[in-house]
Write a new protein. Sequence first.
Length: 415
Amino acid sequence: MTYNGSASATERTIECPASLVFPRAKRSSKYAESGQAKHAFVRAVLAGAPLNVALAGVGPKDRATCENLQWHSLIGDLQSVRCEAAYALDPIARTARYLGTNVGRNYAQFNLGPDEIPGTIDLEGETYGGRAVVADLKSGFMDVTDAVDNGQLHFAATVRHLVTGASEVEGRIEKLRIDGSVYTESRTVYVTFDFDVFLDEMAHALEESRRARRVFFSGGTPDVSVGPWCRYCEAMEACPAYTSLARSMVADTYKLESAVGILTREQAGAAWKKAKQIETMLKRVIETIKDRARQENLPIEGTGKCVSEISFERSDLDVPAALALLREKGATPEEIAGLQHTTTVRQVREVNDPTAAPKPKRVRKLSKNAAAEPSAESIASELAADPVALDRLGVIDELFRLEENIVLNREESGQ
Ligand code: SF4
């Protein structure tokens, strides 16, 4: 089966089609595992699992977040909600097919066609105004590409368009905070033009990846394109850009360190870019060594030391649990806010240059209907005042009741 990437690698596939060609090393991290646990929890609850059963699969660190998840903010304005629906998109035939839910990214079982790219949509549904919606649920502190430029969301919206025939699909980036609150970080409405452009881009990327594959298997070096999309590239260890970087890394590091004081502003900016590439590569090297050290000790020559996995007790305050306890004990929002202390953080990091010319990009606007869409809050208050409407809402109705039950149980048990 030809490897065509997946929805989560959309941006990388478009920017660097050769990334589909090199040998890949699969790896996971505790952050990815935490995100998957939260997704599994949402999926289980939406599928009708009792809250305590769904929570059983969540680790202690994420438990309070899931327990306090604000369902009304996440899906309060949606109906026919489905979680973790997997599809295969064929950008050349311009078709998409539904594979199933809860397939665990195990796409190989579906006998994918040579041009099909698999992907899973975190959440899909429909507003009460009838617009198709796809959402990507993110947690953690990493910056997420805005909805208008987000490749994964674009993939999901295009699939929904092809499967349902919807001419407009709203894409949302939903951010889940550690305290269980949810907010829409960005949103956009994709229209027919966007789907066409996306399918063209993906079809072109697949063709380019095939060209790169022919070069690679005939002993050549395919062209690659380095950028932010390299961060999670599974082919980085085999990528010519990074392997040659690794070879020159030590010499470059010494050069950069001694020369930085006399560089022009532009040269110093270029040195930053190079240093960040070295940093990315080094992190990957260190993570790979750590994986090995989890299996066996690695001696460090001439030092009498070795690299090894160790464990020790550490005691941290569980902030989400502490917040939940304070609420249960009757602390008011003002009292909780009073415990928060604000300090100014100074960091040197990459930000948008206010003097740079604006980057040309596709402009997608919310359609006129978007302004008329009711907010989650207004729907929630309408539901509360209209029990007949509440009865019509199936799974959302159930979720609101679940949230209320948690509060009632706590009140009854005097917590
Ligand atoms: S690491 Fe190499 S192969 Fe992967 S996206 Fe970056 S440039 Fe392309």
